[in-house]
Ligand binder design. Structure first.
Ligand SMILES: *[C@@H]1O[C@H](CO)[C@@H](O)[C@H](O)[C@H]1NC(C)=O
Ligand SMILES: *[C@@H]1O[C@H](CO)[C@@H](O)[C@H](O)[C@H]1NC(C)=O
Ligand SMILES: *[C@@H]1O[C@H](CO)[C@@H](O)[C@H](O)[C@H]1NC(C)=O
Ligand SMILES: *[C@@H]1O[C@H](CO)[C@@H](O)[C@H](O)[C@H]1NC(C)=O
Ligand SMILES: *[C@@H]1O[C@H](CO)[C@@H](O)[C@H](O)[C@H]1NC(C)=O
Ligand SMILES: *[C@@H]1O[C@H](CO)[C@@H](O)[C@H](O)[C@H]1NC(C)=O
Ligand SMILES: [Zn+2]
Length: 481
């Protein structure tokens, strides 16, 4: 069965008015003499550790949001089809929501060296603890992504609150990337030890919320020719040639300035052609050309947000980046197909097949996995129901354990094929509880105090626009997930 599964955040096509950079509240002061790497970093327009901009890499982060489906993954792979200066393929981060996601493709994306991160279970604005925990549990259980590698979170509709960030901290995530940085607050990633310093029109920036050691990676807006800040899917905000012109101007502002990371934030649904929707071929071609034009510029690296944070914690000059362990790109040579995300998978007509995959079929979704299908459809309350087959069944698959990366894990034999320190992995992540009560308790014991917020930010303009997508009402309703 085939689904017309567009699950995207059209509300997240944000057009942020310039006024947003004028602080309605003010970020808390942060003293760089006490806040020091690797675990603390103050918000700053300049590179960490006093490094000269010309000595640091120009990171380009290309991120994708919402479900991973065959056509959407193909779009992402087309977009990422560039190389880094060390010869490795560009890497990207995907903020994954669960509905319509095919977990075999999650594992494939991860096995190719990309990042898998949390974007909630049902793609809901101001998500509950359970919404966040359920998505992470499924990405681990069915996508085989080690818990400790699911480090990041992005709020659906970029609609986060103080509670959202508290949940991220309580559940052991390393970073959030839901806030936006325009020009005045175009900060390098920083820790929340002294609170949020972006989006000072909301009641999070300048509040008492302080989350030591948790990073914020601002989403870097670009300014269009009218000076309006554009954040996600900027290719929908003008003609391809105009978008390319102002994307270049904004890239140069970073590259020739303080080299803050440059972000390209994509909903693959908006660059994938669907019958009945506007043809996006021209937009996709322009985005790809723009990205290819950055390839090969000195010191330009296409990295995941995870890789970016590894550099932030221990910054090295651009000349040394190629030799950092987190920038390597060797793939395991296992010698047999073990269903680790690197096995042969074919995709035809939006259907995924592979000899070792299990196909799990439910009322509202079909998906594939290297692991066991659940005995009932995952729900928010029970995202990882018990396995459809018993552990004594020869076809039983073993979930990736805490001390083996799924690249080396044979889920059929239940065996880790890594036998030396080069590939060794030991998960230090906080175990998931999909029991909301437990997460709430963890949050409450985190020593984080609730506070009241007296700021009035209602006068600050915040516009979300549905760009001219030519959607029928029915399709628009489906997309507004
Ligand atoms: C955003 O979060 C606020 C506060 O929790 C909530 O009232 C609002 O409905 C959310 N918006 C969306 C689009 O989910
Ligand atoms: C996987 O694909 C490769 C290359 O096409 C082929 O040599 C190999 O036999 C395939 N393995 C399986 C198990 O189908
Ligand atoms: C580590 O082990 C893996 C598989 O067990 C092997 O492919 C790799 O070559 C080994 N690396 C070293 C440095 O021995
Ligand atoms: C992984 O780390 C845990 C906790 O630090 C430790 O108890 C365990 O022995 C480690 N496992 C391996 C295989 O190194
Ligand atoms: C959730 O955790 C609480 C506190 O430990 C416990 O009382 C409750 O039974 C748990 N609920 C479920 C569904 O496991
Ligand atoms: C907040 O600002 C709006 C618009 O300026 C104003 O109408 C409203 O009265 C203010 N509310 C408070 C509580 O100050
Ligand atoms: Zn989304």
């Amino acid at each position: 069965m085939k689904f017309f599964g567009i699950s995207t955040a059209i509300f997240a096509v944000l057009s942020i008015a310039n006024q947003l950079s004028q602080a309605a509240t003010t970020a808390s002061p942060c003293d760089p003499n006490t806040c020091k790497l690797p675990n603390c970093l103050c918000p700053s327009l300049s590179p960490p550790n006093g490094m000269k901009p010309s000595d640091v890499p120009q990171f380009v982060t290309i991120t994708f949001d919402d479900s991973i489906q065959p056509e959407l993954l193909a779009t992402a792979q087309d977009v990422l089809n560039v190389k880094n200066p060390n010869g490795c393929a560009a890497k990207g981060s995907w903020y994954v929501s669960m509905l319509y996601t095919n977990f075999a493709l999650v594992q494939q994306w991860y096995a190719q060296g990309n990042e898998v991160a949390d974007h909630t279970f049902t793609h809901v604005g101001s998500p509950s603890s359970q919404e966040i925990a359920a998505a992470r549990a499924m990405l681990n259980q069915y996508g085989g992504v080690p818990l400790g590698k699911i480090k990041g979170f992005r709020a659906p509709f970029l609609n986060y609150t103080q509670d959202t960030l508290r949940e991220i901290a309580a559940q052991g995530f390393q970073y959030d990337t839901s806030a936006s940085g325009v020009v005045d607050d175009c900060y390098w990633p920083y820790t929340l030890d002294y609170g949020l310093a972006n989006d000072c029109w909301n009641n999070v920036c300048g509040s008492e919320l302080k989350l030591p050691g948790v990073w914020e990676i601002p989403m870097y807006a670009v300014q269009d020719s009218a000076g309006t800040a554009q954040l996600m899917d900027v290719y929908l905000a003008g003609s391809p040639s105009d978008v390319t012109a102002w994307s270049n101007a904004n890239f140069d502002r970073h590259y020739n300035g303080n080299r803050q990371p440059f972000g390209i934030y994509i909903h693959p649904t908006h660059l994938t052609n669907y019958p009945g929707l506007a043809d996006t071929t021209a937009q996709k071609k322009a985005v790809i050309s723009f990205i290819q034009s950055l390839q090969g510029k000195p010191d330009v690296w296409f990295v995941t947000n995870d890789q970016l944070l590894q550099w932030m914690q221990n910054p090295v000059p651009a000349s040394q980046l190629a030799s950092q362990p987190y920038m390597q790109c060797t793939t395991p040579k296992i010698g047999k197909e073990i269903c680790n995300g690197l096995e042969n998978i074919t995709v035809a007509n939006n259907v995924v097949s592979g000899g070792l995959l299990n196909s799990c079929n439910f009322n509202s979704a079909n998906w594939d996995t290297c692991f066991n299908c659940p005995s009932s459809e995952p729900t928010l309350e029970n995202p990882t129901p018990k396995s459809a087959v018993a552990s004594t069944d020869p076809s039983f698959r073993h979930v990736v354990p805490n001390d083996c990366d799924s690249l080396w894990w044979d889920p059929i034999a239940g065996q880790c094929l890594c036998s030396n320190t080069t590939c060794a992995y030991n998960d230090t992540a906080v175990p998931i509880s999909t029991n909301t009560t437990v997460n709430r308790a963890a949050s409450a014991t985190g020593g984080i105090s609730r506070e009241t917020n007296a700021e009035n930010s209602s006068s600050v303009k915040f516009t979300t626009s549905l760009m001219g997508l030519g959607l029928s009402a029915g399709v628009a309703a489906m997309m507004a997930l």
